[in-house]
Ligand binder design. Structure first.
Ligand code: ADE
Length: 238
């Protein structure tokens, strides 16, 4: 997969993509990430990329020209026949979830736009953006942060990125229940012992305990998910 990020702040993203899982995914050749400074596409002699909103109001709007030229340049660089998705993270987008991450993980080329201030000129959204995605009902100052969240969730699902594919499959949200608690050594820490069943070596009992814990946590924290899980069970069981 190729990922291009068009941003006024490439330095915000560099350290994140050069660490840990995303770094390894690049080293394995499973993903290629390129960062592009939006100011390089500005026709303005001060490399400006924003301006005051028509009609008045506080804050600035990102101007269409640098985004138009930048996105079109990146689209032209995509290999023949590849459908590129141009993603604009924004609090008024569709709310991101694991299903969306799975869909995006199957794509060959993603372009992320780092939005700032009041956002970007609507004409760019109408002309070139294919996906407007929110990472939740709160407002960040930098679209780079939401781009990194979406990128991380997507890249880890590309086959070969995680050593243990099972660990991605049993994540909270890959299945319709939240994850269970996990323990490692030592057996007792600060006077707190690991649940005995996990030391029993009895696989069926361990699986049953994990399932109970997942159900308990889901009921407690996410009644919406619990209701959906029960409805699905009713359908499957006739
Ligand atoms: N940019 C600012 N806030 C955001 C959010 N909640 N989701 C996606 N992009 C954003």
């Amino acid at each position: 997969m190729k990922i291009d990020v068009l941003t006024c702040f490439p330095d915000m993203i560099t350290p994140v993509v050069n660490e840990s899982m995303v770094k390894r995914a690049q080293e394995k050749g499973l993903v290629e990430i390129r960062l592009h400074d939006l100011r390089d596409f500005s026709g303005d002699r001060h490399r400006k990329t924003d301006d005051y909103p028509f009609g008045g109001g506080d804050g600035m709007v990102m101007t269409p020209q640098p985004l138009y030229d930048g996105i079109r340049t990146l689209l032209k660089q995509a290999p023949e026949g590849v459908r590129s998705r141009v993603i604009f993270p924004t609090p008024d987008g569709v709310v991101f979830d694991q299903r969306m991450a799975e869909t995006l993980a199957g794509e060959e080329h993603l372009i992320f736009i780092g939005g700032h201030y009041k956002g970007i000129d609507q004409r760019i959204r109408d002309l070139l953006i294919t996906d407007e995605i929110s990472i939740g009902d709160y407002v960040l100052t930098a679209g780079e942060l939401s781009s990194m969240v979406i990128m991380d969730a997507v890249i880890r699902l590309i086959p070969g990125v995680l050593g243990e594919i099972n660990s991605a499959l049993s994540d909270s949200f890959s299945e319709p229940l939240l994850d269970c608690p996990w323990y490692t050594r030592p057996e007792v820490f600060e006077g707190m012992a690991v649940p005995e069943v996990l030391l029993s070596g009895h696989h069926a009992n361990i699986e049953a305990w994990r399932k109970e814990e997942r159900i308990r946590k889901t009921k407690e924290r996410r009644p919406d998910m619990w209701n959906a899980y029960q409805d699905k069970g009713d359908v499957e069981n006739g």
